[in-house]
Write a protein that binds this ligand. Sequence first.
Ligand code: ATP
Length: 426
Amino acid sequence: MKVLVVGSGGREHAIAWKLSQSSRVSTVYVAPGNGGTALTSSLQNIAISKKEELAQFAQNNGIAFTVVGPEAPLADGIVDLFRAKGLAIFGPTQAAAQLESSKDFAKAFLTRHGIPTAAYATFTDTTAAHHYVDEQGAPIVIKADGLAAGKGVVVAETLEQAHKAIDDMLGGGKLGAAGARVVIEGFLKGEEASFIVMVDGKNVLPLASSQDHKRQLDHDQGPNTGGMGAYSPAPIVTDVLHDRIMREIILPTVQGMADDGIVFTGFLYAGLMIDKGDDATRPINVLEFNCRMGDPETQPIMMRIRNDFADVIEKAIAGKLDQAHIDWDPRTTLGVVMAAENYPASPRTGDVITGIPAATADCVTFHAGTKLDGDTLRTSGGRVLCVTAIGDTVELARKTAYDTVAQIHFDGAQYRKDIAWRALKK
Ligand code: ATP
């Protein structure tokens, strides 16, 4: 069968790579894909991204199912359109995607259903927002309501930073429509973890736990980014915490959406803040929901799946996730993101990339911001590659990944040297 993956990042490269391993999948189309998916013989890029054109392509080419990587097409209603045309697709409807596309929607949902999250208030009026942060004090977190590609959150350590963020978003229109409404929420301390599940409307299949590294620089310094590396499993998510996260957060979310008349299907990603303490009682709060897999968490997660992922997706679309299972490789996988010069502020593009070794069973270089220019591979975005390795221990996976990173060259390349430091500390 032929399948379609929508998107162009490292996440989509990893999903397409995994699907292409299925003996039942003959071709994986990636729309629009990147330099890496163009170079892989089992994958085929198609240069379209409008949802109507994608639906037409799926119809004309007998696509068995479509998987959507990024949030923008989901928030734009690609799932609604495909379903209206009778095309199989895995993802949430536009209404369900509001869990990610509107932080105000997500916070109101969480609060209404008693799912733990920081206290918050939502503002469109600048004066009222300034007044609220003065009342609450710092640290405090200012979030643009809409999608802002990871740039819409300011963790303000001082009142001055909080006031500036409000002025930038509400007053200055810095993030456009996404920042015309802001959510202001209490600062949460603890350790973050990504908990991603697949949902078919009623059944939930959890994926392996993982941990992202949001800050640009080692020791979690520098600005927030889309993510500079990830690994799986995340040791913080013990069996006890896993059960609690399912019981206290994931299942009430899926049930709450159904109760609200907005059935959720697709990948559901809970960004969690886990405070210190005993696993049975330590506070777990929802920082955010995403209605798709994370990037770069997907890369290490896909590498740990040993069985046929196309089969799992088909069951999810058919509402039979209760009959699906994932055979997880017990080893650790770890991905190091290589980013372009000046990422995240204003990444330089067009640099020539050399030295990427052929994929092995232990290490795969997933592409993100790359493009083929004739025979030359060039950088074309902020996050360029995610070198992902597997090993019996975190140390071994890390060594393999960094040994590969050392072979790859492009001018201005930057990457963190401490991916998985929390796991190693444990
Ligand atoms: P993403 O790029 O993952 O989509 P986003 O823009 O949707 O991110 P959030 O995940 O809500 O934003 O926040 C980004 C980061 O800011 C979090 O990973 C976390 O490090 C920090 N953060 C968000 N909310 C809080 C909070 N209430 N307390 C402390 N830190 C927070």
